[in-house]
Design a protein around this ligand. Structure first.
Ligand SMILES: Cc1cc2nc3c(=O)[nH]c(=O)nc-3n(C[C@H](O)[C@H](O)[C@H](O)COP(=O)(O)O)c2cc1C
Length: 192
């Protein structure tokens, strides 16, 4: 029998940004950082702030990590739940996932201890590194904190997002630019 390894599904040591799908009262999608200490193992962790993802995990105890490179999917799932049209029929797998991993979850306070049960590579398409995509992800991390931040923190976030916008405009594809504008709409931020 073949040995399961996180590395076979696109995960590497460090923090892997994926779209987490969880089941509970309803199917939830959210970008989450999966912390890997040994990519050749089946064990990983995630640090979870209060969210629907955390609530679902208390109910269901399973997480499907979808490896995705689509800027719009990252942006939408950071602020709302994707409806069933985005999923492979009847499965917690996104249609445009490059790979997915199904994890068993053991919650200890805000840390989810993950054990890989199975995984699959769905699409081998390549993309060169794009700085527009990278800074979109960076901006989304700040944008998801924006609404719960005080005035001082908000100003700092706005400055970062303004700086990242220039890079998205210079380096991003049409989809990164669209995703960046969508993100600004979600948080109600108008930049000149
Ligand atoms: C790239 C990225 C990585 C994130 N990583 C985490 C994480 O590791 N843990 C967490 O609690 N929230 C993380 N977030 C924030 C959640 O995605 C965000 O709070 C989301 O709104 C939660 O959605 P939910 O309430 O539907 O679960 C991340 C956001 C982004 C954009």
């Amino acid at each position: 029998m073949e040995v399961l390894r996180l590395a076979d599904f696109g995960f590497s040591d460090g923090i892997n940004e994926i779209i987490a799908v969880t089941k509970g009262l309803r199917l939830n999608t959210a970008p989450i950082g999966i912390i890997v200490e040994d990519e050749n193992s089946i064990f990983a962790k995630a640090k979870l702030y209060p969210s629907h993802t955390l609530e679902n995990l208390k109910i269901n105890g399973k997480l499907w990590a979808n490896v995705v490179l689509d800027p719009i999917i990252f942006t939408m799932s950071a602020f709302e739940d994707l409806d069933e049209s985005y999923f492979i029929s009847g499965k917690p797998i996104l249609k445009n996932a490059l790979a997915y991993c199904e994890f068993d979850v053991n919650l200890v306070d805000s840390i989810a201890h993950l054990k890989l049960l199975k995984g699959e590579i769905l699409n081998n398409s390549l993309r060169a590194v794009n700085r527009g995509f990278n800074v979109l992800i960076e901006s989304l991390v700040y944008a998801t904190r924006y609404k719960i931040s005080g005035m001082k923190a908000k100003k700092k976030i706005e400055e970062k997002i303004k700086f990242y916008k220039k890079i998205v405009e210079k380096c991003g594809s049409r989809r990164e630019k669209e995703a960046f504008n969508l993100m600004l709409q979600y948080i109600g931020l108008e930049l000149d």
